[in-house]
Design a protein around this ligand. Structure first.
Ligand code: ATP
Ligand code: MG
Length: 255
């Protein structure tokens, strides 16, 4: 059965689009799933840019305005991931139609990832309503983590299940909240910790997800582990990660 996973956050710029682009290419290219990534960030879309799809002629806006069929607005990325981008075009869109539109292509996909705007606006509510479950992205800073509680409450009221928290941009500094502190504060498990990784903005500048551009980077490995978790697959750490873990354990032994 097709599952729709919404990627949501309390604050902007925490890494939702980065997460959707990377989960999408990993699930498609490495786990062989039929995957659609949808840009449900209607007012400030940029998922297409993260995947090298610049100025697509037909977008989700056209679909929600009933100008084109959903299939006309789906593009195939070089990794095999299918992408439904949005655009900056003007005009009203009926976001409540989002679920119905994507349901019409359910039989083409195993999994659909929805990128959303930050906060709790009507657009976020539409994205959450269109999702079977959500993952919440946060950074390890207490103002962002505590605001995330509001999204968890909203999800509870909407009866949308929360699959877990993704803690992005971890620098392993003592002032950061640890994964267990974040999990305890939110009452939801942390299912991935993604390190701060300069390879991510570097990959963005090349209009590619880091997992495609730098597959051996630390962040790519953590996105791979997250994708495996969400897909119910076993994750076998890559060679470089195994070496790093060995190095870290030797370092900790002599500390
Ligand atoms: N782990 C990371 N390490 C370094 N830079 C990162 C990391 N994750 C995201 N970034 C950078 O942070 C910026 C914001 O990321 P992104 O666009 O994914 O956030 P967002 O939550 O989708 O933002 P918005 O709420 O505006 O849609 C980007 O420039 C991205 O390259
Ligand atoms: Mg975004």
């Amino acid at each position: 059965m097709t599952k729709v996973i919404g990627v949501v956050s309390a604050k902007g710029g925490v890494g939702k689009t980065t997460t959707v682009a990377n989960l999408g290419v990993i699930a498609a290219a490495e786990f062989g799933r039929k995957v659609l990534a949808v840009d449900a960030n209607i007012s400030a879309p940029n998922l297409g840019m993260y995947l090298g799809i610049i100025n697509p002629p037909v977008t989700l806006h056209d679909v929600l305005q009933e100008k084109f069929s959903i299939r006309r607005s789906i593009y195939t990325h070089s990794t095999g991931l299918h992408v439904l981008p949005a655009s900056f075009s003007e005009g009203p869109t009926d976001q409540k139609e989002l679920r119905r539109k994507i349901e019409s292509v359910f039989h083409d996909y195993d999994i659909i990832f929805l990128d959303s705007p930050p906060g709790m606006s009507d657009e976020v509510i539409a994205a959450m309503k269109a999702s079977d479950e959500i993952i919440l992205i946060t950074n390890p800073e207490s103002p962002i983590v505590t605001t995330t509680l509001k999204n968890i409450k909203l999800a509870g009221e909407m009866k949308v299940s929360v699959a877990g928290i993704v803690l992005n941009r971890m620098c392993e500094r003592e002032y950061e909240m640890s994964p267990s502190e974040v999990g305890d504060c939110l009452g939801v498990p942390v299912i991935a910790t993604i390190p701060e990784d300069p390879r991510i903005p570097e990959a963005v500048s090349r209009a590619m997800p880091v997992a495609q551009c730098f597959p051996d980077s630390g962040s790519s490995e953590e996105f791979r582990a997250l994708a495996a978790y969400l897909l119910g697959e076993e994750h076998v750490p890559g060679f470089f990660v195994r070496i790093k873990k060995l190095f870290d354990s030797v370092k900790n032994f002599f500390r």
